[in-house]
Design a protein around this ligand. Structure first.
Ligand code: NAD
Length: 351
């Protein structure tokens, strides 16, 4: 069936993998990638598919309610997959308002545009909201987040994502919009902006720079390969019942310090260094304020109901990720120098 799908945040890390997957796997769909191209958005993530006939890009800001309403009027979308967000916890601690604007107001603007322009067809059009496991708060040494876990966000980032999740559910309950939500654990893979733990560590190790690790590196995260997340989004988008929530995770918990040691070992091998050389760069820094100790996600609903399972072992995925960064030096240097951002500012100014 021909479908016109709006994917927001498609120039970002996860969004670019979702756009690529939908453009390649569903030639019968028309994909419109909407992105503001903040420091985290990068069209160089999509050079391999940008000329496909079923792909278009529009630079726009989801905090602009009028622009969102006009776009829905013009395009008559059949569905939305919403990933656009401010996504970095540390930035949310220094500037929470930007997170409220994009993650909360931006989401509500999209919901309002859908509510206004999809009238009479709410059961035929789907609003898929992509969210995070951080909305559930922190775990002790045991237990896992399920879809029934009460929300308990601690950082401004997770509070803004929790709020947006609530609005999405409220539009289902109040207006009958067909919504689905997924809450995923930490992603890793190619095209990840090097302010996040894994790409930051790869870049610093490569350049012989200190690798900062918060506190003593005791925090535990569950890591999932980004292409497995994109596949889960595909499955949930097509098969979930209306109003459903799915947790997505890798059943792959790592203490930050153990993960960094594994990464250092892989980097020693890839760069031909002596074993232990990269680990000398590890530098413990003052812990992040309100740092959640442990996240672990129970994705058995997704596995049992929709038959999704992660495809890649972590060690293999991490080695693949390191290879990608080492092979894409230009991407990395353009991202770290801000060259892409400066280029887009001149390309899209005033549009
Ligand atoms: P990212 O920061 O790499 O990408 C976000 C994208 O949104 C960027 O391209 C940016 O330009 C765009 N954007 C930001 N503000 C915008 C605005 N006002 N209007 C339009 N576009 C805007 O983030 P990511 O890691 O790819 O995360 C994507 C989504 O997945 C987010 O909603 C995030 O909460 C969620 N998520 C991320 C993870 C993870 O591990 N990275 C895990 C679970 C869920």
């Amino acid at each position: 069936m021909k479908k016109k799908i709006l994917i927001t945040g498609g120039a970002g890390f996860i969004g670019s993998h979702v756009v690529r997957r939908f453009v390649n796997n569903y030639p019968e769909y028309e994909i419109l990638n909407l992105d503001k191209l903040t420091y985290a958005g990068n069209l160089a993530n999509l050079t391999d598919i940008e000329h496909q006939p079923n792909y278009r890009f529009v630079k726009a800001d989801i905090t602009d309610a009028v622009a969102m309403s006009e776009l829905f009027e013009q395009e008559n979308f059949d569905a939305v997959i919403h990933l656009a967000a401010e996504s970095h916890v540390d930035r949310s601690i220094s500037d929470p308002t930007a997170f409220v604007m994009t993650n909360v107001i931006g989401t509500v603007n999209l919901l309002n545009a859908a509510r206004e322009h999809w009238k009479g067809a709410y059961d035929l059009k789907r609003f898929y909201h992509v969210s995070t496991d951080e909305v559930y708060g922190a775990l002790g040494e045991t237990g896992m987040f399920t879809e029934a876990t009460a929300y308990d966000p601690h950082s401004p980032y997770s509070a803004s994502k929790a709020s947006s999740d609530h609005f999405v559910r409220a539009y289902h309950d109040t207006y009958g919009l067909d919504v689905v939500i997924s809450n995923c654990s930490n992603n890793y893979g190619s095209h990840h902006f090097p302010e996040k733990l894994i790409p930051l560590a790869i870049n610093n190790i490569k350049n012989n720079q200190p690798v900062p690790v918060y506190g003593k590196g005791e925090n535990v995260r569950d890591w999932l390969w980004v292409e497995d997340h994109a596949r889960a989004i595909d499955v949930i988008f097509h098969q979930a019942k209306t109003g459903e929530t799915y947790n997505i995770g890798g059943h792959n918990e790592w203490k930050n310090i153990d993960l960094i040691h594994l990464l250092c070992k892989i980097m020693d091998q890839k760069l031909g260094r002596n074993e232990g050389d990269s680990a000398k760069l590890i530098s413990f820094v003052t812990d992040r304020a309100g740092h959640d100790l442990r996240y672990a996600i129970d994705s058995s609903k997704l596995q049992n109901v929709l038959n999704w399972v992660p495809s890649l072992q972590f060690e293999e995925g991490l080695a693949k990720t390191v290879d990608w960064y080492l092979e894409n030096e230009e991407w990395l240097s353009n991202v770290t120098s801000g060259n892409y951002k400066a280029y887009y500012d001149t390309q899209y100014e005033g549009r």
